[in-house]
Design a protein around this ligand. Structure first.
Ligand code: CA2
Length: 145
């Protein structure tokens, strides 16, 4: 099974600032963690990070017919982007929303998720482990197909 893992704006800065919220590990270590988790589940995984909304929309579109599912942490675009929601709806692939922090326990604006309206599951507050949980969920649910 092929899974696209998307990370949104500023997640390439992981480990640089706000370690109390996002931890001390870098984006490179997140990528290594996701790749190792995917390999353990027999998943072929593609990683994509962008600070640009349109680039994320285009990468979601490219997944159509090419990948089987999407794991997405849209970062700040979670709370603003109807364009990313529409792209997820357009490709109609199973999708899981992941957040490193416990978004529902932070500022009220972080409780709103547009992308989440096109995702069948949300995992938040588990740090990097949330990505592994998302991969596990998709592999168990769709891996045999
Ligand atoms: O908890 C998450 O994963 C978030 O998606 C992270 C976003 C935030 O806007 C969402 O509400 C929740 C922010 C990512 C910014 O990452 C940083 C990394 C290092 C230093 C500062 C920010």
């Amino acid at each position: 099974m092929k899974i696209l893992v998307i990370n949104g704006p500023n997640l390439n800065m992981l480990g640089v600032r706000e370690p109390e919220i996002y931890g001390t590990n870098s984006y490179a270590s997140l990528c290594a963690f996701i790749e190792a988790s995917a390999a353990a589940f027999g998943i072929e995984c593609s990683l994509f990070q962008s600070n640009y909304e349109g680039a994320i929309v285009e990468r979601i579109q490219q997944a159509y017919g090419a990948e089987d599912a999407i794991v997405i942490n849209p970062a700040a675009y979670t709370h603003t982007s109807v364009a990313i929601l529409d792209a997820l709806k357009a490709v109609s692939l199973p999708a899981v929303e992941v957040h490193i922090s416990a978004v529902d326990e932070r500022e009220s604006f972080r409780r709103v998720s547009y992308a989440g309206m096109a995702c069948e599951k949300k995992i938040a507050g588990l740090g990097f482990e949330g990505y592994r949980e998302a991969l596990r969920y998709l592999a168990e649910r769709y891996g045999g197909k």
